[in-house]
Design a protein around this ligand. Structure first.
Ligand code: SF4
Length: 451
């Protein structure tokens, strides 16, 4: 069993409501631990976590040191957009086979790096070590250092054997790789502006956020890692403030940058009207002038008013509907609950792959007493609780989609594969329309009558 349910709520469900839930402050949840090897979990591996964070760097070469299977993780299943290079849409692998596993894969890796540098002269290469490399013990760091010394190209080792922890550990490995990249540039002069951490430019969301910041007069120094490239990443140490959107993947990097480069950070979210407005005002208050703060207040108020009529029109379509949420990180789950609240939809099941204790405490404070909260669940558990709570729609990613369809309920893709923006005020329109179309499609009634 991968899932952990808030202790008191578990009792509540099992005992049919005879036991009372405690207040959110007193609730404890077991989370942020490794999945049990061999169990089926909705979580991805360490390598996947690292690749999520680094893949959007548009002019980097991503070489997967391992068997070819791991390299099936490519741009095609993520969807970060670029305003420059599209090198990152390729995936390279050393394609280790039996012989390499017996005699070691270092020579093959060195040859792969050599080939990429000779043919493409890149500025930046990431080498991901996957499971089998963790087992045979290739000295990937040494191969990378040697290649850097020989060619002057940044060749950065990302230690990410799938079994070495959980997806969050992969985030940490990616952050360490980014630190290795920017640390040599940490003494540059400060400039006015912010870095955006933890937005991956899915369906162009980074461009939407940059436009909002432009409207309120806040410059963006570097984006980590949506639509990033080598030249913009190395400017990151010059920023005044880090904005952390995907807290699960980027808080570690933000803390390191605070310690080593003196850049403070604030957590933000651009999902839903409430979070988008609050975040923009907080950013202006953190580094802006009185004029920036005033602009932020005016901009957010105008955009909120524009959406009021739109949301009112849809709310009646959602009366009595219940939602289940299962997403990667806590920050997204929190924003989604708020967004569903804005739409008048009750969240009856909510879970994450990598949420932290503090995320679950916020989640518990936002949902009703009967809501089931899950950490690192598996499909059978998710199905059981969605059925028990009568969810009408599941918001999740590629792995959750078949589960919803199998149950004959609506689905909304809020993962990295999505093809339309869900962030900011623009995203509120897309999200609301998608929820409405999916929830109120006549197909669900038809599916049910066939059972
Ligand atoms: S790193 Fe390991 S768990 Fe992850 S995709 Fe490769 S083989 Fe599978």
């Amino acid at each position: 069993m991968g899932a952990t349910i808030l202790d008191e709520r578990k009792a509540f469900i099992i005992n049919g409501g005879r036991e009372k839930s405690s207040s959110s402050a007193a609730i404890g949840i077991k989370c942020d631990s490794d999945s049990l090897s061999g169990t089926v979990s909705q979580r991805a591996c360490v390598y996947c976590g690292a690749r999520v964070v680094l893949n959007p760097i548009t002019d980097a070469f991503h070489i997967v040191h391992g068997p070819i299977g791991c390299a099936s993780y490519t741009w095609d299943i993520r969807g970060s957009l670029t305003s420059g290079s599209d090198l990152y849409r390729n995936s390279f692998s050393t394609d280790l086979s039996d012989k390499d596993i017996v005699f070691g894969g270092e020579k093959k890796l060195a040859a792969a790096i050599e080939e990429v540098i000779e043919k493409h002269n890149p500025k930046l290469i990431f080498i991901y070590s996957t499971c089998i490399v963790g087992v045979i013990g290739d000295d990937v760091d040494a191969v990378c250092k040697q290649a850097e010394k020989k060619h002057g190209t940044r060749v950065i080792s990302v230690k990410s054997p799938g079994f070495s922890g959980n997806k969050s550990y992969g985030y940490k490995m990616a952050c360490n790789a980014l630190l290795q990249l920017i640390e040599p540039h940490k003494n540059q002069a400060k400039v006015r502006g912010v870095n955006i951490l933890g937005d991956f430019n899915l369906a162009g969301e980074m461009w939407i956020l940059k436009n909002y910041l432009k409207q309120i007069g806040i410059p963006v120094v570097s984006t980590i890692t949506g639509d990033a490239c080598y030249e913009t990443l190395i400017k990151a140490p010059a920023a005044q403030l880090n904005l952390v959107q995907c807290a699960g993947s980027m808080t570690y990097l933000a803390k390191k940058m605070e310690e080593e480069m003196g850049i403070p950070f604030i957590k933000v979210s651009f999902f839903g009207v409430e979070d988008t407005s609050a975040s923009l005002i907080r950013i202006a208050e953190a580094i802006g002038t009185e004029e920036n703060i005033e602009k932020a207040k005016q901009f957010t108020s105008t955009e909120t008013n524009k959406l009021k009529g739109f949301l009112d029109k849809y709310r009646k379509n959602f009366e009595g509907k219940k939602a289940a949420i299962y997403v990667g990180g806590g920050f997204k789950a929190i924003s989604l609950i708020r967004q569903f609240n804005e739409l008048g939809i009750e969240t009856v099941v909510v879970g994450t792959q990598t949420g932290k204790k503090e995320d679950y405490e916020i989640i518990a404070s936002l949902v009703g007493e009967n809501t089931v909260i899950l950490d690192d669940t598996n499909p059978a558990e998710l199905e059981t609780f969605m059925k028990a709570k009568g969810a009408n729609i599941l918001v999740g990613g590629v792995k959750e989609r078949p589960l919803a369809y199998k149950l004959g309920i609506a689905f909304c893709d809020h993962n990295h594969e999505r093809k339309h923006a869900l962030a900011g005020y623009d995203g509120v329109i897309n999200f609301t329309k998608e929820i409405n179309l999916s929830l109120n499609s006549p197909v669900w009634e038809y599916v049910k009558t066939q059972k």
